[in-house]
Design a protein around this ligand. Sequence first.
Ligand code: PMP
Length: 282
Amino acid sequence: MSRVAYVNGRFVPQRGAAINVEDRGFQFADGVYEVWAVQDGVLLDEDGHFTRLARSLRELAIERPMSDAALRRAAFETLRRNRVRTGLLYLQITRGVAPRDHAFPRPGVRPTVVMTAKGLKLEDSDARAAKGVAVITLPETRWARCDIKSVSLLPNVLAKQAARAAGAYEAWFVDADGLVTEGSSSNAWIVTADGVLVTRPLTANILAGVTRAHLLRCAELLQLRVEERAFTPAEAKASREAFISSASSHAMPVVRIDDAVIGDGRPGPVAQALRRTYLETT
Ligand code: PMP
């Protein structure tokens, strides 16, 4: 079945879908995005992603292109037209089209809105989670406002590619203090030797993962001990468990970091329980 994209109020065949060459998203990566996991036709953590979208737009002073209600209608119509019941919904909003100039265009330029949907099988993600994934560590090379979900993702792209080249699934950035910030497209977690769940607190140098917030609620349900603090790669390598979180991977167990095997090299019980609870509480 051919895919359909939403582009500025119209549904068009994705193969031919296009934006203006002077779109500021293309010229300057001057835009923001969101990704929702879709399950049985439901947008997981629907409100959390819309709230973060509104914040990203506000932080970059990009005008809201349409009401939340209209965005949501377009989102569900994009899913319907692509017959996606389980998969991902992608939304990008840029500052719009204007003659190329670094400074913002005059007021009134309409933001560009694009949505696409992709079907995925939950079983593929479950199969990956059953084996666990490998992570590499890399120096942090991103800007100081990683809390904004901007489409400016070049360091993330390079980090993910380095991971793939090393036969790993994800790369964790390590800041100048020697602490893990987050993954190239996920938040980072460990379970210490004495069973404490640890993830970095929310500051400007990581994205406030919507899945991260949901998993913290799951941790409460499971009565886990939680510490929001940064950790080093050395602590992670000596930990009992590690995992990553994102809308597309939920909670994904990590069984190797660089050359270190985590725990007994198999997905740990805390990561598995959180993954299960996450999927049960959506
Ligand atoms: N950090 C980064 C850099 C990401 O790209 C993502 C995925 N969008 C996340 C964390 C996880 O965020 P979420 O759980 O909202 O998908």
